[in-house]
Design a protein around this ligand. Sequence first.
Ligand SMILES: Nc1ncnc2c1ncn2[C@@H]1O[C@H](COP(=O)(O)OP(=O)(O)OP(=O)(O)O)[C@@H](O)[C@H]1O
Length: 247
Amino acid sequence: MGNSAIEIAGLRVVRGGTRVIESLDLTVPVGQVVGLLGPSGSGKTTLMRAIVGAQIVDGGSVTVLGLPAGSAPLRRRIGYVTQSPSVYGDLTVTENLRYAAAILGVGADGIRTALTEVDLLDHADQAIGTLSGGERARVSLAIALLGRPDLLVLDEPTVGLDPVLRRDLWNLFHRLASAGVSLLVSSHVMDEAARCDRLVLLRGGAVLSDTTLDELLARTGAPDAEGAFLALVDEAAARDAARGAVA
Ligand SMILES: Nc1ncnc2c1ncn2[C@@H]1O[C@H](COP(=O)(O)OP(=O)(O)OP(=O)(O)O)[C@@H](O)[C@H]1O
C-alpha cells in the first residue's frame, strides 16, 4: 500500500444516465486529514461512495489500503459516515453501538473507547431520538470508529454543529491521523480547509486542485480558501471558454 491510503486512476461514474465523474485521478496519503471540498453537486458523495465500494463505477481503478475498492477485507478497515446516518431512534446510544459492535466482533471495551473518543459517555443510556443533532452525529462517528478503521471516510460530519463541537471533532480527526489513521472528510464549509493537511477541490466531477492550503494560497494569491477556490473556478471557466472558442 506504500504511502497511499487511496489511489484512484481514471475514475468514471455515471448516475441516472448523467456523467457525474469523468476520468478522476487522486491519491490520498496515509495518516493525513484530507479535505474534500467543492460546491453542492460537484461529486463529493459520489467519489466517497466509489471509495467505500458503494458505487457502481463505469471505468478506472480505485485502490483502497492496497486492495480494490469494495473488497470484503476492506469492510472492517474502513469507517464510513454518510450524510444521513442510519441509527435506530428508539434504541439508546449504547444499544446502537452494541448492534454494530456485534457485527464487527467488538466487545464492551471497544464500545466504551469509541464513546469516550466522541465524548458521549454521559449520554450512553439516552435514546437516540432524544439527542441533539450534534450528539446524534457523534453516535454515527462512534459507530464508524468501533472497528478501529485504518481509513475514515466522513461525508460532511460537521454540518449543523456549533463551533466548539466542530473544533473538538477536528481535534479528534487529527489525533486519529497522528495514530496512523487516514481521513477523507468532505465539507462545503471553506473555513474548514484550514484544518486539513491537504485539500482536494472538486468542481463538476473533476479535481480542480489537490494541494496544501499554503500552496493553494501562494499559487492563487487569495487571502483564504474560499477566495482561492473562486480563483481556480474562474481560471477553469476561462480555460473551458477558450477551448470552446477554438473548437
Ligand atoms: N441517481 C442519480 N441520478 C442522476 N444524477 C445523480 C444521481 N445521484 C447523483 N446525481 C448527480 O450527481 C452529481 C453529484 O452528486 P453528489 O451527491 O456526489 O454531489 P456532492 O458534491 O456530494 O453534493 P452535496 O454537497 O450537495 O452533497 C449531482 O449533480 C447530482 O445531481
